[in-house]
Design a protein. Structure first.
Length: 101
C-alpha cells in the first residue's frame, strides 16, 4: 500500500501488473531491492488468482482473443516474407553441379 501512489502516478493498473519488471519498478522510484522483489512476487500471485477466478466463458473469450492476436501476428509475418523474391540465381557452383541449365 505504501507504493500505491507511486504506481498510480506512473499509470500502472491491475491489468498491466504482470508486465512490470524489477528495472521498471526501480525507474518508478521504488528504491529498495527487497520491496521490488516482494512486490513482484505478490503481483504475480494476484495475477494468478485473477486468472483462476475467471468463469469458463471468460476463459474461452480470453483464449479466443489471444488466438486471434497470435494468428494476426503470424499472418503479418507471412505477408512480410511473401515479398521476398525466391527466383534461383545461377552461380558458378550451380552451373558446375548441373542445377542451372
Amino acid at each position: 500500500m505504501e507504493h500505491l501512489d507511486l504506481l498510480k502516478a506512473n499509470g500502472v493498473t491491475v491489468e498491466n501488473l504482470k508486465d512490470l519488471t524489477n528495472e521498471k519498478l526501480a525507474e518508478f522510484g521504488m528504491e529498495k531491492f527487497m520491496h521490488r522483489k516482494r512486490f513482484l512476487r505478490y503481483s504475480g500471485e494476484m495475477h494468478r488468482k485473477l486468472e483462476t477466478d475467471l468463469t469458463e466463458e471468460e476463459k474461452k473469450a480470453k483464449w479466443k482473443r489471444e488466438k486471434a492476436a497470435y494468428d494476426e501476428k503470424k499472418r503479418l509475418e507471412k505477408a512480410a516474407h511473401s515479398d521476398h523474391d525466391f527466383k534461383m540465381t545461377c552461380t558458378d557452383y550451380g552451373r558446375k553441379s548441373g542445377a542451372c541449365k
